[in-house]
Unconditional design. Structure first.
Length: 314
């Protein structure tokens, strides 16, 4: 989900202390393919939800490389430093969650996905934020969530929701879910395969993993280039192509039932988006500024299932 920026005075601060800088990427973390420069965005010209001056000093430019084999995009800057993003998400202020945009239609779509694919009632939402989705799902589901943001976890618990602090990797849950939802999350982690593996481990036999994330290889994303809004979010560090995400699921022993291009709830109609992207690219050429373009046909939905018990035991 998308958030508008809270007042600068309330934005997240990183804990003090030196932070190691990661080595430059020389190959794709997923497939090992060669990488080439893709975009370098001046962070001073970006107005993004938790991009504090402290973080700008650590990351003066958002630098991305693209894998020449799988077409995934990777942040190649200090955002990949161990613990940096974890510290940001853990310390998000309560105001961060207020402006998150979601609609009844969006929640209804997710409900329809669960009714189509889930074969049991136990649903876990990984990266559940302040619990808006958990609250919107129907009573037929036994819902729980994982969320690294402490303020969000507190808000969820005050609302009576079953939410635990952490990520799929840190929680270490096993075979607890008939369906795991991962919506607008996997792009925020430096090790997407590791997080997906932890989510796959949460599935019961015949359980299903449902992922929504950006598609690095979408033609609209390629056309937008460095003005693609997805590259202007400080937390977006791992942007997989659809073939790469499918291969991740298959490598974890999951059977892919759906892999398709979808619109994000924040998306704009194509006819209105095309003039916007042309104006944005011209503005970048003339002024060096990077306007935020709303998404358009640049997300992907993955549905992948663990084998049923009989197949698992065999």
């Amino acid at each position: 989900m998308i958030a508008a920026a809270p007042p600068a005075s309330s934005r997240t601060c990183l804990p003090p202390g030196p932070r190691p800088r990661p080595e430059a990427l020389t190959s794709c973390p997923l497939c090992g393919g060669a990488v080439r420069p893709h975009a370098r965005i001046d962070a001073r010209r970006v107005d993004e939800v938790f991009l504090t001056e402290q973080l700008r000093a650590l990351v003066p430019h958002f630098t991305f490389v693209r894998c020449v084999h799988c077409a995934s995009l990777w942040a190649d800057d200090a955002r990949r430093a161990p613990g940096l993003l974890d510290a940001l998400y853990t310390n998000l202020p309560p105001e961060y969650w207020g402006p998150l945009v979601a609609t009844d239609a969006y929640f209804g779509w997710i409900e329809s996905l669960l009714r189509r694919y889930a074969r049991g009632p136990y649903v876990w939402d990984v990266g559940c934020g302040d619990g808006k989705l958990l609250s919107a799902l129907s009573a037929r589901w036994r819902c729980a969530g994982l969320e690294p943001g402490r303020s969000a976890v507190q808000r969820c618990r005050e609302a009576g929701l079953d939410v635990r602090a952490g990520s799929a990797t840190t929680a270490g849950l096993r075979e607890c879910a008939d369906a795991v939802l991962c919506f607008d999350v996997i792009e925020h982690v430096a090790d997407p395969l590791g997080e997906l593996a932890a989510m796959a481990g949460m599935l019961r036999p015949d359980g299903v993993l449902i992922v929504l994330t950006g598609d690095a290889a979408a033609w609209t994303a390629r056309l937008a280039g460095p003005v693609w809004e997805y590259l202007h979010c400080a937390g977006h560090v791992s942007i997989l192509s659809r073939p790469a995400l499918v291969r991740c699921a298959a490598s974890l022993g999951l059977v892919v039932e759906a892999a398709e291009t979808v619109d994000h709830p924040y998306s704009k109609a194509l006819a209105a988006w095309l003039p916007d992207v042309l104006r944005a690219r011209w503005q970048r050429f003339r002024t060096g500024r990077y306007p935020r373009l709303r998404y358009c046909r640049d997300h992907q939905l993955l549905v992948a299932r663990r084998a049923p018990a009989a197949e698992t035991s065999s």
